[in-house]
Design a protein around this ligand. Structure first.
Ligand code: SF4
Length: 510
């Protein structure tokens, strides 16, 4: 795209006819804020022997023809991404099912959804990358490229022998890849048409050591890894050569041993007259200190998000979010006193062991926050609990839709009475997300039909009915620890034994 700025030296003319497409299941402006996707593009773009092109759902003209593409990889971050991926495959006249594609391109996916549980999607992709794909991608491309004159099957057999690659045709135990974070990953291409216009995003840390019982971002990415401090400063300076907008990314950036030093580094630059706008991904309550808030405010941030997850100290203990009401009030006071204009609190409903009492406590918390912080903008956002593979709560069934909708309406109504805006995610969509999240191979037929029927809620219901699939068995059933789970073949640390112990410890702490 003509208005893109590349932050690395691109090889001008490549002497190769090997073409790869990197697919993003969303529109261009969103793709430009997707760090993993863009970084993957950069690492492959830097290979002399590969021509790579980014393809988004709204891409109109492509530089290469689909008939020249040997590998088409997709980033798969959200359960429902498959809908857009299928429409992109159809747009280029590619059969959706892998067994109906005897010619190139090979189609693969990587990202948190398929790393956690690829089974519901395995009929459609030739292979999956499980875990941090940055390094293995190069190996994968090398095999595909050096064997492009061979059959698809020959290449797949080879790929199945690589650690971290899952080829459904050649099933085996697959070890999840965990990258050492010695270098800093950043937005290698800036664009004024990005959703976050011209924003330089850099990853400070990966994973989260807090291990909340429901949290895939934590459990899929253990151990917490932090980018070395000097690397961070070097990367920040690189970004500031091109733009004044910086975003720090990480599931738990405040756990980085140098988080406060980084804030100070930026703050000092601003004090010295540099015009910098900085934002951070959601902060933990215990990371809110006067210095951090002053930096955010000096860098133009007016509001921030605090994830409290649940309304009561009791329930926060059950989910391992050991955060007290007193800490929440202290954080709000610091935020307000140091210049933020408002905070959005993020929580979940339907968490294991939740009772109506916990909901009353959310309302009570909101009432007290509002009363003590007049003129400060307080809002709430909720989603409903979706049990995720590889977490201690993977065995916990979700509450039924009717009761969750009642809870959702109760919260919206009661918070509205207090003059507080509350947004709750769609309970019905969260239900289908759970089905996919804990799904097995039988769901391949379901998602195929659901897509063909238009991909709306009714389409999922209709498909399940026709196929006689009991979706509740994935969504609301509690599982026994002995049950074999569809994603057990993925080897990941911590293992299942540890998750069982953690589940018992947390649920028993009620
Ligand atoms: S603190 Fe946030 S990122 Fe960390 S485990 Fe808990 S929910 Fe996940």
């Amino acid at each position: 795209m003509s208005n893109e700025k590349f932050l690395y030296n691109r090889i001008n003319s490549k002497n190769t006819d090997f073409v790869m497409w990197m697919g993003f299941p969303g529109i261009y402006s969103f793709s430009m804020s997707s760090l993993g996707y863009l970084w993957m593009f950069k690492t492959i773009d830097e290979i002399e022997g590969v021509n790579i092109e980014r393809i988004c759902s709204d891409t109109e003209n492509t530089q290469y023809n689909i008939s020249d593409v040997k590998v088409f990889g997709f980033s798969f971050s959200f359960d429902m991404d498959f809908l857009t991926i299928f429409s992109m495959l159809e747009k280029y006249n590619l059969p959706l099912k892998a067994k109906e594609r005897d010619k190139f391109p090979l189609i693969f996916a990587g990202g948190p959804v398929v790393s956690a549980n690829p089974e519901p999607y395995k009929d459609f992709f030739d292979f999956f990358i499980i875990g941090d794909g940055e390094d293995v991608n190069l190996k994968v491309i090398d095999i595909c490229k050096s064997n492009q004159d061979k059959t698809k099957d020959y290449i797949l057999k080879h790929l199945s022998e690589i650690e971290g690659v899952y080829v459904p045709k050649y099933p085996k135990k697959v070890k999840k890849l965990t990258k050492k974070l010695s270098e800093c990953i950043y937005t290698p291409v800036l664009s004024e048409n990005a959703f976050f216009k011209d924003t330089f995003i850099l990853e400070m840390s990966r994973g989260c050591a807090n291990r909340c019982g429901f949290c895939l971002a934590s459990y899929l990415n253990l151990p917490l890894r932090c980018v070395p401090y000097d690397e961070l400063l070097k990367t920040i300076d690189l970004g500031l050569n091109y733009t004044n907008k910086i975003a720090l990314l990480g599931a738990q950036i405040s756990a980085h041993p140098h988080f406060h030093d980084v804030c100070k580094y930026i703050y000092n630059k601003i004090q010295n007259g540099e015009k910098i706008e900085m934002s951070v991904s959601s902060l933990r309550v215990d990371a809110i200190t006067p210095d951090v808030v002053k930096t955010l405010v000096a860098a133009g941030q007016k509001n921030s998000t605090l994830a409290i997850e649940a309304g009561s100290d009791r329930l926060r203990k059950v989910i391992n979010k050991n955060l007290t009401e007193e800490q929440i009030f202290d954080a709000v006071k610091i935020a307000r006193d140091n210049g933020l204009k408002g905070l959005k609190f993020y929580g979940m409903i339907g968490l294991p062991t939740e009772t109506q009492e916990d909901l009353f406590e959310i309302i009570e918390l909101a009432r007290k926050l509002k009363k003590e912080n007049k003129g400060f903008d307080i809002s709430f956002g909720f989603s409903s609990f979706v049990p995720k593979p590889h977490t201690p709560f993977q065995w916990c069934g979700r509450e039924n839709t009717k009761s969750l909708e009642e809870k959702s309406n109760f919260l919206k109504k009661e918070l509205h009475k207090l003059g507080i805006t509350a947004h709750v995610s769609s309970i019905k969509w969260d239900y289908w997300q759970t089905v996919l999240s804990r799904g097995d191979a039988s769901l391949n037929d379901l998602i195929f039909k659901a897509y063909k029927y238009g991909g709306k809620l009714g389409a999922f219901k209709k498909a399940a009915k026709e196929l006689k699939i009991n979706s509740d068995s994935f969504a609301t059933d509690n599982y026994s620890f002995e049950k074999e789970l569809p994603w057990d073949f993925i080897e990941i640390n911590p293992d299942k034994e540890f998750l069982i112990q953690e589940n018992q410890k947390l649920i028993c702490s009620r």
